[in-house]
Design a protein around this ligand. Structure first.
Ligand code: HEM
Length: 420
């Protein structure tokens, strides 16, 4: 038997989506009293869903496809044209294999070693500064680490520009007006820079170390022995560089959590297994990626609701991570909840759900967790700092959400026991 899906009245709610940000789907779940409902986005019918069961069907590649789902403003800033995010089926699997091929233990460890070295250098620099704007400094730290890891360390003169370009790619997708257009321009510039590196490698004018992503992707062959075109290869290199820089947002929220819940610092110092739970809770609790979009691949019925081919469907990641059916007291910061967590790939989805290889789950989730862990080690065990009076609030409307002050730290210094 078919059920009528709860529906929001009105011609179009695209502006609401931009304005209400992380709360767009949650607000309507509240008013319509349903985990699934129909609304209208970009003038067309769209479905919004929250929860573990919804995530399970959303990540079923027979039911949903990504081709044609992402709006142009996201493709032109965040994803890049023809990126893995926009592919389906065999084409997606091949591209994802390329991306996952460099996510080996050795390569992740190499990135972590590079990141630790950057932390060391930044800590020395910050100790000389009157105050540190952590968000800006972390983006720079991570940008340097990311470029070194992919195989082309940045010249000091290029650090600020590349940090700005990569930052703009995740700061401007939802921006309205000139900021958004600047973001598009910065992406084009960054793509050009990476394209030149790939071209030079293919013409043997430079040689990147064998194991690095720049070498691996420049010479990666599909199953028919073809290389990827240079534009797409650069988009996928940026699919590594950009999100590594974006981890700065999680580090900001980490410092916020340490400040707002001071008992956490002691627990992190005392219990060996606490760090993992703390990282998971930061990723669950704070807003980052609001939702993911797909289109219905072919007609199907689920829980009595009709899904019609081509319908845009949004899965609420933030809402699922705060779903009271899955998380007791979802709005409480409580890392210990992860001691009992069963590890479902569909209930805790800050970086998407399902399978890394077969679906669109974030290729860099392990990297994110590991970089957060080493950063926590610095923040808790290796340095002292003060958090002066400032506006630490964060918006649920702006995507991505970043604490207003971007977290200002004063009196940053190494802990005495950590001075070599
Ligand atoms: C900064 C924290 C990060 C967050 C919040 C995040 C979040 C996400 C989300 C929500 C998706 C989409 C999942 C979907 O479409 O269903 C995604 C995809 C992706 N992420 Fe991340 N990510 C982060 C870090 C990283 C890192 C560090 C890398 C690589 C070094 C990375 C590489 C990717 C790639 C390549 C995809 C596309 C996967 C595909 O379409 O198959 N991400 N990420």
């Amino acid at each position: 038997m078919e059920n009528q899906m709860p529906r929001e009245e009105g011609i179009d709610h695209s502006l609401g989506l931009l304005k209400e940000g992380y709360n767009f789907i949650l607000n309507r779940r509240q008013s319509l009293q349903s985990d699934i409902f129909e609304t209208r986005i970009l003038g067309k019918k769209a479905i919004c869903m929250i929860g573990e069961e919804a995530a399970q069907i959303f990540y079923d590649p027979k039911k949903f496809q990504r081709n044609g789902a992402a709006p142009n403003r996201i493709v032109q800033t965040l994803f890049g044209k023809n990126s893995v995010q926009t592919l389906d089926d065999e084409e997606h699997r091949q591209r994802k294999d390329m991306l996952m091929s460099i996510m080996t233990k050795d390569e992740i460890n190499r990135l972590l070693d590079i990141t630790k070295l950057q932390w060391e250098q930044s800590l020395d620099k910050w100790s000389q500064m009157d105050q540190v704007v952590l968000y800006e400094e972390m983006k720079e730290l991570l940008c340097k680490a990311a470029f070194k890891w992919v195989g082309s360390p940045l010249h000091e003169d290029d650090v600020k520009r590349m940090t700005r370009d990569l930052g703009a790619m995740f700061e401007t997708p939802a921006a309205i007006g000139p900021a958004h257009w600047l973001g598009r321009g910065f992406r084009n510039q960054a793509e050009k820079t990476i394209q030149e590196l790939i071209q030079a490698a293919r013409e043997k004018k430079v040689q990147f170390p064998q194991n690095t992503p720049l070498h691996q992707f420049s010479f990666y062959q599909d199953k028919d022995g073809h290389l990827l075109d240079i534009e797409t290869t650069s988009v996928e290199i940026l699919n590594l560089l950009r999100p590594i820089v974006a981890i700065a947002i999680y580090i900001n929220f980490t410092v916020l959590a340490l400040y707002q819940y001071p008992e956490q610092k002691e627990k992190l110092k005392t219990y060996n297994d606490y760090q993992k739970m703390f990282v998971q809770e930061v990723r669950r609790f704070y807003p980052f990626f609001p939702f993911v979009a797909a289109r219905v691949k072919q007609d199907f019925t689920w829980n009595g609701y009709q899904f019609t081919e081509g319908t845009l469907t949004l899965l609420d990641l933030y809402g699922t991570n705060h779903d009271p059916k899955l998380w007791e007291h979802p709005n409480m910061f409580y890392p210990e909840r992860f001691a009992q967590w069963q590890g479902s790939p569909f209930s805790f989805i800050p970086q998407g759900g399902g399978d890394y290889y077969l679906g669109h789950r974030c290729a860099g989730e392990q990297i994110t967790i590991d970089i957060m862990k080493i950063s926590i080690d610095y923040l808790v065990n290796k340095m002292d700092y003060d958090v002066p009076e400032q506006d630490l609030s964060f918006s649920m409307e702006d995507i991505p959400s970043i604490p207003q002050s971007k977290i200002i730290l004063k009196n940053v210094k190494r802990k005495k026991e950590n001075i070599q």
